[in-house]
Design a protein around this ligand. Structure first.
Ligand SMILES: Cc1cc2nc3c(=O)[nH]c(=O)nc-3n(C[C@H](O)[C@H](O)[C@H](O)COP(=O)(O)OP(=O)(O)OC[C@H]3O[C@@H](n4cnc5c(N)ncnc54)[C@H](O)[C@@H]3O)c2cc1C
Length: 399
């Protein structure tokens, strides 16, 4: 049986980033990805923030910069324009493959087409190994430490019996499309019942003639199938598609994202959960890539150090403390805004986006990024004294 220091399940941004940092710390690392290649099946829209990508070393060649933000409701529409690009739409496949090559260069053994289907426990009931089906047949490996970066399904943690499924989650369907007329520096978020009965739709520009059009639906709030809804939006050419000329879907994307906030522990004996598997996502715009990369690197480095020190659970708690301190209260505040947004009628949405109309691009982005520091929210409430705006901002101050 092959033996590794660290075995990682999942070749998304969390697993690849953990693999990179653990390998750099000198650990012997193996990573399993069930798909035929890294980023073979895309499960994300790839919107993120330029400052975060700069910090993580993802250069401008990997994304399309965005400086205008359009918000469309059934009978209202606003545009918030920034002086410079603060957000971006990633070339997701290229970014994830870049992360994979970084991990491989640092020494990680990457196995694609390899599905982890079971775990092995030692005599004390601790996680000791993985059973994997690979193109060469079934493989069993042992490791000192395991990182569950399998995304929404948290396969290892579920097999260990330490977590159940998510209660609240988002389901998204998206087409990457050829598009005749693209405003390449503008994203569009669309809300209201004709777009999504509990969630929103989007048009994100990827490049000159390329867009991603998608729909996200919040479960269990709605039974709507986002794929059916997406087809309806495309077929009816709802705003803003009506002004974008010919649109031809060329690639389908589909995925799930947890939306329970910070509920489950992310550290168990010899096991770390990272990325979606740990619930590290901002529920306001279904985004988690920046957290997956940042906390993936943190998890890998801490796991490697724990092995060299020979102390597992205690060392791993450092990981849990760091990420929770950084985003825990922000995600919980974002959930409050999200639950308000889930319940809005079309007429209420028309009024709600008027609150956002008065925000500067910087304020809008802090809000949508869930940068709910007390200072930011107090500043928002003071700069926007209208009653409706105060109600919205006060919501996130009540922690
Ligand atoms: C519709 C939608 C749109 C989104 N849009 C955005 C966005 O615009 N911006 C943003 O930042 N985030 C977005 N997200 C969220 C973002 O995609 C996730 O937060 C991010 O992908 C989390 O990364 P991860 O590595 O934890 O999980 P994943 O990216 O899900 O990666 C997990 C990997 O594990 C593999 N795997 C699973 N089970 C096994 C197994 N048994 N054996 C081996 N491999 C396995 C999977 O194939 C997958 O490659 C979106 C999510 C959805 C669903």
């Amino acid at each position: 049986m092959e033996r590794y220091d660290i075995a990682i399940v999942g070749g998304g941004p969390a697993g690849l980033s953990a693999a990179y940092s653990a390998s750099r710390e000198g650990s012997k690392v193996i990573l399993f990805e069930k798909d035929a290649s890294i980023a073979h099946n895309i499960r994300t829209s790839g919107v993120t923030w330029i400052s975060s990508m700069d910090k993580l070393g993802i250069s401008g060649s990997f994304y399309n910069p965005i400086k205008n933000y359009s918000f469309i409701s059934p009978s209202n529409e606003i545009m918030i324009s920034g002086e410079r690009a603060e957000s971006c739409v990633l070339d997701v496949r290229r970014v994830y493959q870049h992360l994979a090559f970084e991990a491989a260069a640092a020494g990680t053994k990457i196995m694609v087409r390899s599905t982890v289907h079971d775990i092995i426990k030692d005599m004390s009931g601790n996680l000791a190994g993985l059973k994997v089906s690979t193109p060469e047949g079934n493989l069993t490996i042992e490791a000192c430490m395991f990182i569950d970066a399998s995304g929404f399904n948290s396969v290892v943690a579920k097999r260990m019996g330490v977590v159940n499924g998510w209660n609240s989650y988002g389901v998204g369907a998206e087409y990457e499309c050829y598009c005749e007329k693209v405003e390449v520096d503008t994203w569009n978020l669309m809300v209201g019942s004709s777009y999504s009965s509990a969630g929103y739709a989007w048009v994100f520009p990827v490049s000159k003639n390329r867009i991603r059009v998608g729909v996200g639906t919040g479960k269990p709030y709605s039974n709507e199938d986002p794929t059916t809804q997406l087809h309806s939006i495309l077929q009816k050419k709802l705003k803003p598609l009506d002004r974008m000329g010919r649109i031809e879907p060329v690639e389908f994307h589909f995925g799930f994202i947890p939306n329970d906030g910070i509920q489950r522990p992310s550290v168990y004996d010899r096991l770390i959960l990272v990325g979606d598997s740990a619930g590290q996502s901002n529920p306001l715009v279904l985004e988690g890539i920046r957290y997956a990369i940042e906390f993936g690197r943190l998890a890998g480095a801490i796991a490697a150090k724990a092995i060299s020190k020979g102390s597992y659970k205690e060392s791993l708690l450092e990981y849990e403390n760091v990420w929770r301190k950084q985003i825990g209260s922000k995600i919980n505040s974002a959930l409050k805004v999200q639950s308000r947004w889930m319940g809005l009628s079309d007429a209420e949405w028309d009024r709600e986006i008027d609150i956002l109309r008065d925000l500067s691009a910087e304020e809008f982005l802090d809000f949508i990024k869930a940068e709910f520091t007390t200072k930011n929210v107090l500043k928002l409430a003071m700069n926007h004294p209208k009653l409706a705006a105060r109600n919205l901002f006060n919501l996130v101050l009540r922690r």
